[in-house]
Write a protein that binds this ligand. Sequence first.
Ligand SMILES: Cc1ncc(COP(=O)(O)O)c(C=O)c1O
Length: 322
Amino acid sequence: MSIEQPSIRQFVRNGSVLELVGNTPTLPLRFEPEGVTIHAKCEFLNPSGSIKDRFAVAVVADALRRDALRHDSVILECTSGNTGIALAMVGAALGLRVSILMSHSASVERRQIMRHFGAEVILFEANAGYRTGIDLARDMAAKDSLYFLPSQFDNPLNAADHEHVTAQEMVRQIQKPIDCFVAGYGTGATLAGVGRGLKQHHPQTLILAMEPTEAAMLSGECPCCHAIEGVAGGFLPPLLDSAPLDGTVKISSEEALDMTRRLSREFGLLVGTSAGANVAAALKQAQALPPDATVVTILCDRAERYFSTKLFADEPMSRSEC
Ligand SMILES: Cc1ncc(COP(=O)(O)O)c(C=O)c1O
């Protein structure tokens, strides 16, 4: 894909928080008794706490470069939270207004963080999953030219940034052929971009989609509710069409929650539920590969934005909760 990589450097003064985005470390996590090592890219170390800082910086830098953002523009996005937090941080750092459309069901901590950055949060009832909010954002932008839509679900920059930056960081950091990369999909940008970037270096790399067992749409099943926030939002996102997928790994909400707690208790990694789901999928796949296989995944965000969710509830999930 020949998309020019936008750089934020020319728009920020020295010392901006935006210079801290990206270049996250990759940690080799040794799992015992399984006897398996999983390489985990620590995206929760981005300054607003998630992988979405990369897209927020890339889309705003691109818009500034094209003069598509004016001083009075309002950045408007529908998001389950992390993209909203990332855009709110970028808006605060650059003095731009941000409005976020968010489903009532997303965790309350995320709303509070966005408001803390000075963004406006507009809540909607997600009768048709993310789609409701995406349509709402389009309607608002059609009526008022002040709105600038990053459109994370269909903006090719979202995947291109992972292809040209995130995947290249992984290759540099791991320094041996990557046999398998596994991650969940929200917009599908991580799987599409990192997948393409890794296959350019090593065409044999297996690219696998982690899906909640309760919403395994790539496996042809109907989406039901699940506890892995940030992924599988009830439809197959268009960016996923360009992901060079070789297969899927199903992880139940219970497995994801268990692994997220294991990551904090055994490794001291305070990460969110989709990170736990990704690692659970990577571990499952690594056990099916030769013992020296290099398996990579993503720790997408921090645990602190899930205090009000099942992750911090003491009792295990019951089958009737869905
Ligand atoms: C917590 C979390 N995990 C995973 C993802 C999936 O990433 P992508 O949108 O690149 O598919 C998201 C996306 O918003 C997320 O917020």
